[in-house]
Structures are given as C-alpha cells and as structure tokens.
Design a protein around this ligand. Sequence first.
Ligand code: AHR
Length: 655
Amino acid sequence: MKLTLLSILILFFSTIGIQAQAPSKNLDIDINKKGATIAPDMWGLFFEDINFAADGGLYAEMIKNYSFEFPSPFMGWRRIQEDGAMGYHYTKPHLDDSKNKKYLQMQRLNDQGNFGMSNEGFRGMAVKGNENYRLTFLAKVAKGDNLSITAQITKGKKILAETTINQLTNEWISYEVMLKATETADGVNFKVLLEGEGELDIDMISLFPEDTWMGRKRGLRKDLVQLLADMNPGFLRFPGGCIVEGFDLENRYQWKNTIGEMKDRGTMINRWNIEFSHRNAPDYFQSFGLGFFEYFQLAADLGAEPLPILSCGLACQYNSGEMVPLAALDEYVQDALDLIEFANGSTDTYWGAKRAEMGHPESFELKYIGVGNENWGPQYIERAEIFEKAIKAAYPEIIIVSTSGPSSDGHEFDYLWKELKARNAELIDEHYYKSPEWFRENARRYDDYDRNGPKVFAGEYAAHSTTENDALKRNNWEGALSEAAFMTGLERNADIVRLASYAPLLAHVDGWQWAPDMIWFDNLGSYATPNYYVQKLFSTNPGTQIIQITENGNTLAGEEGIYASSTYDENTKELIFKIVNTNTDTRAFTIRLNGNYKGKGNGKWLELQSDDLTAAHSIKEPKRIAPEEKDISIQKKKIQVSLKGQSVNVFRLKI
Ligand code: AHR
C-alpha cells in the first residue's frame, strides 16, 4: 500500500485520539437588511407561588402561620412549657368580620420556668449576624397586671437575639421591636415567651429582616429580587400558573382577597400543598402578603410590564374542572374589569383609590391581561369570548392573552388555535415542558406560523432532563444549552413570538414541588442555575430589530448542531448575534459582516460553556457555569472565531 503524507498524518492524529476538525463555517449578516421589530418586553419572568416561591421565598416573612389561620392553627408552632411552667395555649375567634379569624391566647398559671410558643419558619429559619430583624405583633392583656413578653431567636440553647416588651395593655395594640442577631445561623427558632401570671391574647406575629428589597417593611427578599432585576426582564407574569385556576373554583386565586391590610387578606391553602404525593407539602398556605399590589409594585421596580393572569371561570381541568355556568360568569368578568381599574384607574375611581391608599397613586400602566391558564375545550372559548367582549368594550387598549392549553401540540392545542385565530385573538399563551432533545429539534417551531395571525406568548417552558433521576429533574447544562438553541428560534421569529418566559421561576431547596426551576434558594442564600444564565444572556442582549444570520442563505436552526440568531439594537447602535454550538467539539466560524458595515476594532463576546452536560449548580457551587466575557476583533469586515463545544455565545459590536 502506498501511503501519502496526508494519509500518514491522518493515521497519526487518529491513533493519538485527535479528531480532524470540522471545516470553518462562513456565516453572513447583512446589516442593511433589518427585519421586523422585536417587542421591547420580549424576555420576561413567569412567577407562580409554587415551591415556596412566595411565602417562604420571595416574601421575606420568617414566621410560618404567623396569624394562626392554618386549618391546624398551631402548624409551624410548638408550645413551650418547660421547667415547671404551667398553663394553656388556645386559639380563639376574633368577633369581627375581618379575614383574620383567630388569635392565640396564652394562659399562664404560675411564674416558673419557660412558657410560650416557638416557630420553626419555612422549612427552617435563618438569620445573618449583625443584621436587624423587625418583629411586629398585636397583643392584649386579657387577665393579669404584671405580664411581659420576651422575644428570642435561638439556635439550640443559644440565644442569638433577645428583647423584652413590658408595656402591655388590655387593648389590642400593635407592637414593633427590632432583634439584632449576634451571628449567622441556619436552623434557628423564633420564641415568644410570656412572663408573669395571667392571660395574654396575641396575633399576627411577624418577623422580617430589616434589609429587604428597597428597605420596605414586610418586603421582599433582597437577594432574590436582585437576581430578577439583573435579568432586565421585559414583563412579570403573575400569579401563575395553575394557582390561578385552583383545584376547584372556591380555591381559585382571587386578587381582591390579596390587597389592603393583612387582616383583610385571609389565608388560603396553596394548591401545590396537595398536588404531588411524592413532594407533599402539608404546611403550604398563602398568606397573600405578596398580593396583587406587591406584584404590580415589583413589576414597576423591575421596569417590567405587569402581566396578571385571571381565572376564566374554569377550575384546573386536571383536577375538578369545575365550571361556572355562563349565566354566572359576571363576577369573574367584573374581577377583570376591576383589576384594570385598580392598576390604571384614576384616584377618583373606586379601585384606583384603593391603589392610592396602598401607596401608589400613579397608574401601574397595565397593558396586558391574561384570561385563563392552561384551560381547554369549547368551555374555554365560550368563556374567553365573554371576557373579551367586556374588556374590549371598556378598555380597548388592553391586550388580552388567551391560552392554548397545557400542550405544545395535539387535538386541544389545534382546536384552541383555530378557534382563537378565527376570533382574532391577539396573544396566545403556549406552554412546553419537554425533553432537551425536543427543544433542540424545535428551533424552527415558529418559522411557519402565519405572519398575519395571532402573536405568541411562550408563557411557560423548560427543558426537563431525561438523563437523570426523573424525580429530581435537575437544572443541568444539557437543559440550559437546549433552551438556548430553541431561544435562537424564538428570537429569529420575534415578529410572531412577542413574549417568552422560562417556568417556574423560584424553588426552595427543601420545599419544592416542581423541578427544574430557574432560581433556587434556602433560608440564607440563593443561586442561579445555568438556565438562568441562558435567560439572562438573551434578556440583557435583546436588540430592537431582527437581522438574519445565514449560511449559504439559510438560517441556522440545528443544522450540524449549530443554532444562530441576530439582531440590531437601534438604541446602542450595535449588532448582536448569538451562536449556540451543541456539538461536543470546537467549531470555527468566519462571520462576514456584509452591507454598509463600517465598524472595526473590538467587540464583546460572552461565552457560557461546559463540557459536562450533567453539570448543575447548588448552594455550595453556585457558579460552575457562568458567562465569561472576552474581546473579539473585527478585521476587514470579518470575525474569525472558534466556539467551544456545548457553548452559548453572544457577540455585541458597534456599527
Ligand atoms: O409551572 C408549573 C405549572 O406548569 C404551572 O402552574 C402550569 O401552568 C403548568 O402546567
């Protein structure tokens, strides 16, 4: 056999394990060919109170069952009666019509030992050293003239913070004191101890870090909101998700029960309390401390469009599927109209005045409203039509989001799309929780959508790992990489896909029901997943107009494992393009900047990469896969770049 030099070299390199590199790809971007406008609010957030995302999560209240309203009124609490202390603990009804129905009475029969109550928090409680914690409660002496309360934060037998309140009266009075923690600790308890003989009525015992987002009293967890703010989200969808529908109509989310003073908000079972037997959460309730006013306020803080979703009169069709008769739908429709008035109405209106009373006289500038979540069948269409008629008659400028059900395709999906399209629906909410492979294979999903039909809100999506223990469904790199590949397809089709959000958003590491989730937290800290970093790469590098990036005139949506999209940002005068390499090996590219391109010099390159598709983050290892920033140089209208295997790459250059 005659060996040429080339065949000897190939034989040599393959023997020592070096693969021949794939040839360099030429990609073209013609900066003169700007396409459709991208919605400025395209990349947003989906918030649902699942996984202890609100109570026990974003809403920084540390006391579980702070007002004794759970059906088991002492859930989360432990009676303390130690070292000879004698007495009783009862709950008693308030004799008014507020939604705060019960309070605690502690009857102390002697003045020996420790007597009181201890709270365990939400799957534990944690404090940070040297930080202040604001304790508030209502109290009234029912009997006795020498009673005092000592409040403590303890870790085992060690007291980390303590204060005593002496001036108690026989009227209901609200108290506020600060507790300063001496050290950082997890697994702490909060104790309220009664001293002296007698009877004390006490209620709404609430403990918050002083250091909340924007320093607000009864505010939100700063670390979690900061992660959201860093994404520069275009919109905030709330309050869900299935939580909107409820497992039956009585347990649907009713926004009017979530505003005003806490005593008027009531407490309700969280539908995720009983949904999954494998992740039981019997202690999961909604205090509504994070209610509709706070959602609107959060959206305003984030500079995001508020996007509330309301019940359409159909309870979750996976559960009871309970349905309001059409003749009785008025109450539901009125809730939608009143919500628009609450958000946007002048302070002369009934609901606008309520908003002002709560501290926001200015309009929240609500633009969107969602009718129903994951409902299906003609029953949905009938109800959606009634909502649409009423909303458009009163508020023609409000954009209505309709649902296409829980699946990304199939009979119900096709039926709803056909019916909604026939009715000129404006925005249709699509959901897909699918395998990573599905995401990689569906980057062309929107290429063939009717350009003249309704627009799409990709309202809930996430790649669910199939490579690991299924119950865990971790946020691994394979999922995040596949989502990035898919998202180039959303961006290429931004004329159709108006809005998009990953789901769900938040999960407590010990309290979750559904995984994967974008951000995880415990009671002390939080971490962003690789999926978060993918979302952030898109949401912080959006652009204002689509520009095609092509190979031989064709867009790239998985051919040879490569995905790409490109935009122009008229605000910053930058070209932005994204290339996802899902292959395991490095690929070389020459990006040719065609058209009237005059820029030269350097651009910015953000790279997110891992060789390990199973890599995931944790509280201990929060940044295994995080974006790395590099420079790229542009020479003779070309960029030569080698993109590592399994990488998501974003480039920005001034034009
Ligand atoms: O995101 C979790 C759930 O998934 C949502 O509540 C629901 O809309 C979807 O089925």
